[in-house]
Design a protein around this ligand. Structure first.
Ligand code: 13P
Ligand code: ZN
Length: 271
C-alpha cells in the first residue's frame, strides 16, 4: 500500500484546503493529527524506524504503539496538497507512551507540529472517554471565535450558552459545550495539560486569543463542528455590533430542543 494513497492523507489534504478557504490558515497557523487504524496502522506495525526516538514531556500510556498522521511544524496548510511528503509525517508512540519515532514523511528535515503535546495528551483522553471512537484533532485559527474571546468572559458556561443561543444546530452538534481556556504559551506542556483536562468533558476547546481545538471520529465531523461554532461566533459578533440582542432562544426553549432531539446538554450552561 502506497502511503500517499491513504484515505487519511486524502482527508487531511481536503480539510486543510477548506481551512484555507475559510481564512483560518494564515502562514503556518493550525495543525492536524489523526490516529491511524485498520490497514493504515497495520502498515507500520512491522516496520522499525531508522530515526532515533524522541522523548515526550509527559507520558501518554493510553497511546502506546499507536501511529499518528501529523502535520509538520512551520507547514503552511495551503502547501499540504502539493507537497504532502514535506508537510506531513507519521509518528509511532513507543511501548511506554513516553517517546515517539518518525516512521514516514517530514522530508527535507521537518518535524511534527510544535503542538504535538496538546494533540497527544488530548488523543489519550478522547481515546479513553470515547472508547476509541475519536481519532481526529484539528487545531485552527478560527477568526470569529478568537475575536469573541476578547469580549466574552473566559467561562465555559457563558461562551457555550451564547453560542447555543445563536442557532438551534449549536446545542444539537455540541451539547457537551465548548471548554474555554485563558491564554497560554503555544506549544507548552501547560497548554497541553489544560487542554486535555477540558477534553475529558468537551469535544471543542477554545484557546483564548489564539484558536480552537476540535475532536471527533473523522475529519468531516470535526471540521463541521468547528465550522458551526465559528459561524455562531460570527453571528454573535454581528448581533453585538448591531446593538445587542432584543430576543433569543430562551432556557426553556433550549431544554425543549434538547428533549426533542434526545441530547444531554451541559448542565452548567443551561441552568
Ligand atoms: P506549528 O506550525 O508548529 O504546527 O504551529 C502552528 C500553530 O498554530 C501553533 O499553535
Ligand atoms: Zn495555533
Amino acid at each position: 500500500m502506497n502511503i500517499l494513497d491513504f484515505t487519511s492523507i486524502d482527508n487531511l489534504k481536503r480539510t486543510s484546503g477548506e481551512i484555507c478557504s475559510k481564512g483560518w490558515g494564515e502562514a503556518n497557523g493550525g495543525n492536524i493529527s489523526i490516529r491511524l487504524t485498520g490497514e493504515e496502522l497495520a502498515h507500520f506495525q512491522e516496520h522499525q524506524s531508522a530515526e532515533k526516538e524522541h522523548s515526550l514531556p509527559y507520558a501518554v500510556p493510553e497511546l502506546a504503539g499507536d501511529c499518528f498522521l501529523v502535520t509538520g511544524t512551520g507547514v503552511f496548510f495551503r502547501n499540504i496538497s502539493t507537497s504532502p511528503e514535506e508537510s506531513l509525517g507519521i509518528v509511532r508512540i513507543n511501548s511506554k507512551g513516553d517517546g515517539y519515532s518518525m516512521m514516514w514523511g517530514y522530508d527535507g528535515g521537518g518535524q511534527p507540529t510544535s503542538e504535538l503535546t496538546a494533540h497527544l495528551l488530548s488523543h489519550g483522553v478522547r481515546k479513553r472517554v470515547s472508547s476509541g471512537r475519536d481519532q481526529v484533532i484539528i487545531h485552527t485559527h478560527t477568526t470569529n471565535l478568537i475575536a469573541l474571546s476578547f469580549v466574552l468572559p473566559l467561562s465555559t458556561p457563558v461562551v457555550t450558552r451564547e453560542l447555543w443561543e445563536m442557532m438551534s444546530e449549536c446545542l444539537l452538534l455540541f451539547p457537551d459545550g465548548i471548554g474555554v481556556m485563558e491564554w497560554m504559551v503555544p506549544g507548552s506542556l501547560e497548554i497541553g495539560l489544560a487542554t486535555s483536562q477540558l477534553m475529558e468533558k468537551h469535544r471543542l476547546v477554545l484557546w483564548a486569543h489564539h484558536g480552537i481545538l476540535g475532536t471527533g471520529p473523522n475529519m468531516e465531523q470535526v471540521f463541521g463542528l468547528i465550522e458551526t461554532a465559528d459561524k455562531a461566533a460570527e453571528m454573535l459578533l454581528k448581533v453585538m455590533a448591531a446593538g445587542g440582542k432584543r430576543q433569543a432562544i430562551s432556557a426553556d426553549q433550549l431544554k425543549k430542543l434538547a428533549k426533542a432531539f434526545n441530547v444531554d446538554p451541559l448542565k452548567e450552561a443551561i441552568d
